[in-house]
Design a protein around this ligand. Structure first.
Ligand code: SF4
Ligand code: SF4
Length: 316
């Protein structure tokens, strides 16, 4: 399901920021917010009670009408997922609105990257919203630690699952991302993390862009035993921003996307992006991808398409 970019304003400065192209655009263009009319148009492409509305940014809770948007989208019958940095007071404004239909994915960086006020806001939000919140953790260097993630989940009684993202390069942007040489060591460390968290009944769920071959067969077996929801996918996500501009996903949002209303359905937009870059995706991230059985049976899409672009120096 698509991501709705409510605003490009953000109060944080994560080194790996996926939305950097949009955030940076805000420094040269006026900051933007999605209008209610744009939101309604997007909703007309979705089915209430079935399709999940994912709210992102920037920091979506900084949209001046955040609470109203959540209330109205929920009243229309859509389940909602909010991707937030958790540091704003407006996040807790949604407390009590359809708690079974609203999930919050709170991205938690290392505690020493927050000031006292920000950490206090995170704590207050977590203690109020409890297991409506699942933490998210983004890997952008191989020597990461997760003790604080474990402590936060147990202490604040959050949902016992963690979304794991892998930081990817955004062409033309200087964001931090996991370098090729670090993919394998980081994968092994992730397996250790999964084992440690499994002791507390906490499971991991992979986001897009992981590669099957950065794990050994034994490591994949351990991940499965730990209840990890792993996938090795790279498919069009569809990020929809101002003026209904729609991109395949964040790494491709440096340039212009397509306009949603030029298409009759989201499936059509997905097909457009899939076909547009099919030849690059077939090559995958590694020299082995073309002949790989995982690629042939589609159990691995060959890693992040953005890395394949950079590898082939192909113009987006
Ligand atoms: S190119 Fe693929 S793996 Fe990379 S961010 Fe987009 S969907 Fe995810
Ligand atoms: S498709 Fe490519 S990235 Fe995926 S497992 Fe095969 S060789 Fe590795």
């Amino acid at each position: 399901m698509p991501n709705l970019l409510l605003t490009n304003i953000c109060n944080r400065n994560c080194p790996y920021c996926f939305a950097l192209a949009q955030i940076e655009a805000g420094t040269t263009r006026a900051n933007w917010e999605m209008s209610w009319e744009e939101l309604e148009t997007i909703l007309s492409y979705l089915n209430p009670h079935v399709d999940v509305v994912s709210l992102l940014g920037g920091e979506p809770t900084l949209h001046s009408k955040f609470k109203e948007i959540v209330t109205q989208v929920s009243n229309k019958g859509y389940p909602i997922k909010i991707f937030t940095n958790g540091t704003t007071a407006s996040l807790r404004g949604i407390h009590g609105i359809a708690p079974h239909d609203i999930r919050i994915i709170l991205n938690l960086n290392m505690p020493d990257t927050y000031n006292v006020k920000e950490w206090k806001q995170i704590e207050t939000n977590c203690m109020l919203l409890k297991d409506q919140i699942a933490l998210s953790f983004n890997i952008y260097k191989p020597d990461f630690s997760w003790e604080y993630i474990k402590e936060a989940i147990l202490q604040w009684e959050l949902k016992r699952s963690v979304r794991i993202g892998i930081a990817q390069p955004i062409k033309g942007m200087n964001n931090a991302y996991l370098q090729e040489k670090d993919l394998q060591p980081a994968s092994s460390r992730l397996v250790t993390m999964a084992e440690d968290l499994a002791i507390h009944g906490i499971t991991l769920g992979f986001d897009c862009g992981f590669r099957a071959c950065t794990f050994t067969k034994e490591e994949l077996g351990i991940l499965a035993e730990c209840g990890t929801h792993f996938l090795f996918a790279c498919k069009p996500v569809l990020d929809i921003g101002p003026q209904l501009m729609t991109w395949r996903c964040f790494p491709f949002s440096v340039g212009p996307g397509v306009t949603l209303t030029d298409f009759s359905s989201l499936k059509e937009v997905e097909r457009y992006f899939t076909e547009k870059w099919a030849s690059i995706q077939k090559k995958g991230n590694t020299d082995e991808c073309g002949e790989c059985r995982n690629m042939q049976i589609a159990s691995c899409n060959g890693g992040c398409l953005s890395r394949s672009f950079i590898k082939t120096s192909f113009q987006m």
